[in-house]
Design a protein around this ligand. Structure first.
Ligand SMILES: Cc1cc2nc3c(=O)[nH]c(=O)nc-3n(C[C@H](O)[C@H](O)[C@H](O)COP(=O)(O)O)c2cc1C
Length: 325
């Protein structure tokens, strides 16, 4: 599958953009395990326009991460266009527009999935972003619509394609569903099978295993699959899925020592990319996901979550390998 001239090969796997999760350290792990394409966390166009340092820090991308997209969100066309110019100057492989975020403070202001209630503005915003991005392909990530009574993705997909997006990712839920229920891929397939659509369609929602990924490719015919929550604490899902798609072999779940090694690598990357306590705070979101399945883990989890130095964390991780290994 291709996004513009960017060739991602056959049945590519995408790491979903996830705020406060898909920072450079987590991305480097997912890349290590074979993710074909990744995105930054969503970046606020207002934050960029107002020069907020915390927003700018999310724009940081590295050459070894390529292909990588910068994802932008906002409700004002002018700010999104200005943000596109700022992002384009960093030469990402793709600029992605977030039309899927369901969070109240974002969607109710008309950004993220809130845009799906204003299709005309959504299309005009996209048209202007495509023009501002010049030679950088622009992609979009949406949901099925705002709620059950307004699932407008089929029309919107055509309109976004008509104003020049190079690929579309669809999360198979409405905004009203937030993350509840199960993702409905039938409408994703309807978009993919619409003879008017020619851009690649990336399906997203509830891919939790290599078998899920294969089912989604086979049953719904999507060009690529995006994996979000199931990569947290399991970045090897990309390697396992690729192997399964290519050979039919299901790789065994990593044992405790292997999980500890990945968590240590994650910590090391986090220390490389973030300063001091930031890297430790960042890692607190991830640690427990590596060891969710362990019995009697609670006291150790508490120690992991309160350890204040990298050395203390490394020591606890080594202890996990010994005690549960
Ligand atoms: C913690 C978290 C943060 C997220 N942040 C973003 C984001 O910044 N941009 C975005 O487009 N989607 C975001 N999402 C949605 C995911 O990209 C994805 O669409 C959703 O989780 C469904 O995929 P999954 O079932 O594979 O997790 C986020 C989801 C989670 C759980």
């Amino acid at each position: 599958m291709k996004i513009g001239t960017l060739d991602l090969g056959c049945q590519p796997l995408f790491l979903a953009p996830m705020d406060e999760i898909t920072d450079p350290s987590f991305r480097s792990l997912c890349k290590h395990f074979g993710a074909d394409m990744m995105y930054t966390e969503f970046v606020s166009s207002d934050g960029l326009v107002h020069n907020a340092a915390s927003t700018f820090s999310k724009l940081k991308i590295y050459d070894h991460e390529r292909p990588i997209g910068i994802q932008l969100y906002g409700h004002q066309i002018d700010a999104m266009v200005a943000a596109t110019h700022i992002a384009a100057a960093l030469h990402p492989d793709v600029i992605d527009i977030n039309f899927g975020c369901p969070m109240k403070k974002i969607a109710n202001r008309g950004a993220g999935s809130g845009m799906m209630r204003e299709p005309q503005k959504m299309v005009e915003m996209t048209r202007q972003i495509v023009a501002a991005a010049a030679s950088i392909p622009v992609t979009a990530k949406t949901r099925l619509g705002w709620d059950d009574d307004s699932k407008n993705i089929e029309t919107i997909a055509e309109q976004l394609q008509d104003v020049g997006i190079a690929a579309l990712t669809i999360h198979g839920r409405t905004r009203a569903q937030m993350y509840k229920g199960t993702a409905d891929w039938t409408l994703i397939a309807a978009v993919k099978n619409n003879p008017r659509m020619h851009i690649p369609i990336i399906g997203n929602g509830d891919v939790h295993s290599p078998e899920d990924a294969k089912t989604m490719f086979d049953r719904y015919g999507v060009d690529g699959i995006m994996i979000g929550r199931s990569s947290i604490g399991r970045p090897w899902i990309f390697e396992h899925t690729k192997t399964y798609l290519q050979t039919g072999e299901l790789l065994p779940s990593p044992n405790v020592q292997e999980r500890v090694a990945v968590a240590q690598l994650h910590l090391q990357k986090s220390l490389e990319y973030k300063q001091g306590m930031h890297s430790i705070y960042e890692m607190r979101r991830h640690f427990c996901n590596y060891f969710k399945h362990l019995d009697n883990f609670k006291p150790t989890r508490l120690r992991l979550l309160t350890a204040e130095t990298p050395d203390a964390i490394k020591e606890i991780l080594n202890e996990i390998a010994v005690v549960w290994g």
